[in-house]
Write a protein that binds this ligand. Structure first.
Ligand code: ATP
Ligand code: MG
Ligand code: MG
Ligand code: MG
Length: 496
């Protein structure tokens, strides 16, 4: 089943069950405290907090999301995209736990002939709050799921709140067992990596009022006058299960970019399926998945009006494009890549987002210009690096005969900070000329810069996702007004 159909079945199902269907809002978050829309609930925050009366008691949507905090997971886990779509159904004072569980079970396991998803119910596992007797009874007695497949967790591990006094509640997460080929038995709690027991749907039940406190250290001080249900199902995750693929990068909406990148680079995707022990073949697979993810995120961001820049959203977009281009370079492709890759992504996404086709002239122009600018940056950085390499060689010759020349960490940092020249590129190109780089000093300088950015970040949570996480990362990625330079991550070191 194509992803676009999984999507439309969602909307049809909830429309038939009296939900108001709301269109996706922009990736540019309507909630001013966060840069991007990170979850389906973002446009409904006032109704969940009760600060505004909801115009509809029940709502459903398929929301475009960006989560920059998952960037280092991309291509390495099976299930994290920087862009993804969150299917959601919401109740503002209408149905509660039983109703939400009934819909989830019916839609996931009901027959495909009736417009549902037809998953095998025996593969579904739940995690719930250990004191949530209503959910436990409903899953085990009414739905009939064996008790061992409903795993119970302390509140701190399965709760949601805004991070401040106000609404709070416990979640019920639904996980899909991909089978013994992906890990041992034991259910989602034992499977910390989530490789075998894939989290697909999170149901949040808002019913309490919480008091002051940091992190999970707070008391529940009362009950909400109006409860709310806020759910999120990962469309790509359901798609990779239903399309019988090993991960979300191989579904119909993402894989065509991998195929296009294979054709451009002459690489064959999948040779690293054994994982990190497959070495370079694995790294190539990761790069191809990173390319497919980042190109799609860039496409969707530009489509929503974001433009490359040196701070905030524009910086995130710039970084995604650069990482994609850089990954292609590491796959051996030096020429412009987006004319091929972005087109492939647009063609894969346009069934669900026809506006990509109508806005294509602008979208492609913005993207291609940014790739060209980066390619010029690479060329300029190369000149600077060559100068630094020559200086290093001369210094080494003066110091001691035969000593290996070293480019100072400060020079590498400046290349990175001022020219956007990634460290691994500096390392690679210096090595080609027989020169080392003082990487330790470079890392120290990067850490100092990150610390400055972190010290700035304000803490705030909203939604069943911890929005604070996104704010921190966005700040690190240049979310503030001040340009803090390029941040380094584990993935940068090996992939981009
Ligand atoms: P995970 O634990 O796998 O990182 P999560 O608990 O952070 O997921 P939620 O905040 O509960 O995710 O979001 C609701 C649903 O959205 C998840 O159950 C999942 O199906 C989907 N989802 C979350 N993050 C991503 C992502 N980066 N890429 C694709 N789907 C995602
Ligand atoms: Mg997550
Ligand atoms: Mg989770
Ligand atoms: Mg979750």
């Amino acid at each position: 089943m194509r992803t676009s159909e999984i999507r439309s079945r969602w909307l049809d199902y909830f429309a038939a069950n009296d939900h108001e269907i709301r269109p996706s809002v922009s990736l540019v978050s309507p909630e001013p405290s966060i840069l991007f829309t990170v979850a389906g609930m973002v446009p409904f925050i006032p109704y969940i907090l009760g600060t505004e009366k909801a115009p509809w008691p029940r709502v459903a949507s398929v929301q475009k999301c960006i989560r920059t905090n998952d960037i280092d997971n991309v291509g390495r886990t099976t299930r994290h995209g920087t862009f993804f779509q969150m299917n959601g159904n919401f109740s503002f004072g209408d149905y509660f736990k039983e109703g939400a569980i009934d819909y989830a079970w019916d839609l996931l396991t009901g027959s495909r002939e009736e417009g549902k998803y037809g998953l095998d119910g025996d593969r579904l596992w739940m995690t719930i709050w250990e004191e949530d007797q209503v959910s436990l009874d409903h899953w085990t007695r009414v739905i009939g799921v064996p008790a061992e497949r409903v795993q119970r967790l302390p509140f701190a591990e399965i709760s949601w709140s805004t991070g401040q006094p106000g609404p709070a509640g416990a979640c019920c997460e639904i996980h899909y067992d991909r089978g013994p080929a992906y890990g041992p038995d034991g259910g989602p709690i034992a499977d910390a990596a989530g490789d075998r027991f894939l989290e697909i749907w999170n149901l949040v039940f808002d019913e309490f009022i919480r008091g002051e406190g940091e992190g999970h250290d707070f008391e529940l001080i009362g009950k909400l006058e109006q409860t709310a249900v806020d759910t999120g199902l990962g469309l790509e995750r359901l798609a990779f299960i239903m399309q019988d693929k090993p991960n979300m990068y191989e579904i119909d909406e993402v894989f065509p970019v991998i195929a296009a990148a294979e054709a451009m680079s002459g690489k064959t995707y999948g040779l690293g399926a054994a994982g990190p022990e497959a070495g370079d073949a694995y790294l190539d697979d990761v790069r191809l998945r990173v390319v497919a993810d980042h190109v799609r995120s860039a496409l969707m961001l530009i489509g929503d009006g974001v433009r490359p820049g040196n701070d905030g959203r524009g910086y995130v977009l710039r970084r995604l494009i650069r990482r994609a281009v850089r990954s292609m370079r590491l796959l051996g492709v030096g020429e412009a890549t987006l004319p091929t890759l972005l087109t492939a992504s647009k063609d894969a996404m346009k069934a669900s987002y026809p506006e990509l086709e109508t806005g294509w002239a602008t979208i492609s122009e913005v993207a291609y210009a940014e790739e060209d600018a980066f390619r010029r940056t690479l060329a300029a950085g190369t000149t600077i690096l060559d100068t630094a390499v020559t200086a290093a060689k001369e210094a080494a010759a003066v110091e001691a005969r035969g000593a290996r020349p070293v480019v100072p960490g400060k020079a590498a940092f400046e290349l990175h900070d001022t020219y956007g020249f990634p460290i691994d590129l500096t390392l690679e190109m210096a090595a080609e000329q027989g020169v080392d780089v003082d990487e330790a000093t470079f890392r120290t300088l990067m850490e100092e810069q990150k610390e400055r950015a972190r010290a700035d970040a304000r803490a705030k949570k909203a939604g069943h996702t911890d929005v604070r996480v996104f704010q921190d990362i966005e700040k690190q990625m240049g979310g503030g007004s001040e340009f803090l330079g390029y941040t380094e991550s584990a993935a940068d070191a090996t992939v981009t």
